[in-house]
Design a protein around this ligand. Sequence first.
Ligand code: C5P
Length: 231
Amino acid sequence: MRVGVVIAAAGKGERMAQPVPKQFLPLGGMPILLHTIRAFEHMPALVSLLVAVHPRYLQDTERWCRALRIHHLTALVPGGSTRQASVWNALQHPSIAHVDVVLVHDAVRPFVSQSLLNRLLAAVQHAPAVVPALPLKDTIKQVESQQVRCTLNRSELVAVQTPQAFHRTVLVDAHRAAQQQGRIGTDDAALVEQIGVPVAVVPGEEHNLKITTPFDLHIAQLLLDHRQSLF
Ligand code: C5P
């Protein structure tokens, strides 16, 4: 099974309220994105690793990758105006044609572990699409104009993470269909669901944090400092 990885790193990160997008903020002295790219360094069967970045950051990212001797990067590709468009651009890269499975990952989840990658790769041998997910701790309510409309059944809900693993043909078909029908998904699995392909779930990891707010960045720094003892 030949594996491709697409890292979506072309967002503006407006929720972080910083002059640079969140994936380029330093974590332990190195941009978050570089931690994320490194997490895939020892992945077996890796044939292509593509990173979609905003055209403005292509040169800087290339320079950082060179300085940190990142040898498993295949190419940087220009991102699009949505996450979906950024992933689609990466799927157009010629190297993707040679992979059986694509893992799509958010640049702002630097703590993805080898055991989660192994779990996804094992599951995707028997399923067309696999996502990691965690049960919810909070109760989720639907709200409108600051009023609760209803309470959702927590036992039926999970929080879905990345990487998400797909047979390449399924992922490409799902993106193409979404484009044709003008649909935008917040993750790739949503597009696959919409073409009627089943999506399997494997356990996610609590430390596979998505760094979105300044608070998350503090937590990420703590996780990095205590990584040896925590996971
Ligand atoms: O939009 P959200 O915060 O969920 O972003 C998830 C990931 O998608 C981030 O790593 C971000 O950089 C990426 N993204 C992208 N292209 C965009 C918007 C977001 O690659 N146009």
